[in-house]
Design a protein around this ligand. Structure first.
Ligand code: ATP
Ligand code: MG
Length: 376
């Protein structure tokens, strides 16, 4: 029987003790098993657990097993290493400033093509940061123009995971020159969203070494390049884990970009303390069961946090609440069928998106995600 093995860590939030487990996954029967490494004892005997998303089984990922968040730190055996490594090549994709307004459509194309987005961050590079990123092109005739362009507006950096991710993403991009792309690969991203040879919508790493370097450039340190300051009058949107896991994040972003500017974005995996702290204000309003269900869901997988801004600089809190629609998706489908919750919500817990409710909470909630939470 097929069996994968990972070494995983769990930080007990109450005692602060770090536990290490062997985590076994039996894909054919959808069973998990855990062995406590220090005490060489079964922690969880082989048990059915259908909620485990096998797409999240790679090193560095967080998986939730019966409400416990485990970080996968190492492969547990050679068989697992060999099979998973070939399935989980990584590449850096970047939406350049010219195509940032099409971020939703591009994220959607990425998801529809079968990539997993394991990291995502919006940034605004300085000229020096753009020069550092494109250091290999220093001295070439287009270098000045390229680095001016890359520091002229927001970009979105993503780490994509898939079998053969590097080649697969370059194929989806199409030829470097957008005009050539329109002639040779009309459904490619550069054909659809690029202008010419310089303004060509997106970037993709060209080899495993550059992919590793470029991913480390954006995601490998605490202080990352191009961090955007929290703007005034903005509001927070969280694209909830069920939407992200089902590949719907791009469509949500696209609906938002139709009306608003997205001034910051980042993919987070929250632990229970962070989720409970964020939902603190709901403690008095909801019963304990509902509150726990909200925390369970928010910690069940990656969430996409978005800073949403009005295009003319007015407050976006109330207008964005309108786009989100009523809390309960059933109600939303009757009252506001075009709202985000009507389209993406399943029930009151998995209701598609969170939005800031009160005028004064918008910037506070944006700050919680983009300043207070650990950013890596
Ligand atoms: P990318 O690295 O962005 O995926 P690429 O690998 O197809 O594109 P490179 O040759 O690495 O292309 O060049 C990096 C970027 O520099 C290109 O994406 C483009 O924006 C710009 N560029 C490359 N060649 C030219 C050129 N001849 N004239 C203007 N800009 C260019
Ligand atoms: Mg290149």
């Amino acid at each position: 029987m097929l069996r994968y093995c990972f070494i995983s860590e769990w930080l007990d939030p109450s005692s602060g003790v770090l536990w290490k487990y062997q985590l076994f996954w039996y894909p054919e029967t959808k069973e998990v098993e855990m062995v406590d490494i220090k005490n060489r004892r079964h922690f969880l005997k082989r048990t059915k657990y259908e909620e485990l998303r096998s797409s999240l089984l790679y090193i560095g990922s967080m998986v939730t097993i019966f409400g416990r968040q485990l970080k996968l730190t190492e492969y547990g055996d050679d068989f697992t290493r060999n099979s998973i490594e070939s399935q989980t090549e990584r590449t850096l994709a970047m939406i350049k400033p010219d195509a940032y307004k099409h971020m939703g459509k591009i994220i959607d194309a990425i998801c529809q093509s079968g990539f997993l987005i394991s990291k995502l961050r919006v940034a605004k590079l300085s000229k020096e940061e753009a020069e550092a990123f494109y250091a290999v092109h220093r001295g070439k005739p287009f270098y000045e123009r390229l680095t001016d362009f890359m520091s002229s507006g927001r970009i979105c950096a993503m780490e994509l995971v898939a079998p053969g991710a590097i080649r697969k993403w370059r194929e989806l991009l199409g030829p470097t020159d957008s005009n050539q792309a329109r002639a040779e690969a009309p459904s490619s991203i550069r054909a659809q969203f690029g202008t010419d040879k310089s303004y060509n919508a997106c970037h993709g790493s060209d080899a495993p070494e550059t992919a590793a370097e470029e991913c480390a450039f954006f995601f490998g340190r605490d202080r990352y390049p191009g961090k955007c300051d929290v703007a005034r009058n903005t509001t927070l949107c969280l694209v909830k884990p069920h939407v992200v896991a089902d590949g719907g994040a791009g469509l949500v972003v696209d609906m938002i970009q139709d009306v608003f500017d997205i001034t910051a974005a980042q993919l987070f995996t929250l632990d229970r303390n962070a989720a409970a702290e964020f939902y603190e204000v709901y403690k008095g309003v909801l019963n304990a069961g509902e509150f726990n269900a909200m925390v369970d869901h928010l910690t069940s997988g990656p969430v996409l946090a978005l800073e949403v801004a009005d295009r003319d600089g007015a407050s976006s809190v109330e207008p964005f609440r309108q786009l989100s629609g009523p809390m309960d998706p059933e109600l939303a489908r009757v009252l506001r069928p075009d709202s985000l919750r009507a389209r993406f919500g399943l029930n009151t817990i998995k209701n598609g998106v969170h939005c800031s409710d009160l005028e004064e909470d918008g910037v506070l909630e944006v700050n919680y995600f983009f300043t207070i939470l650990p950013q890596s």
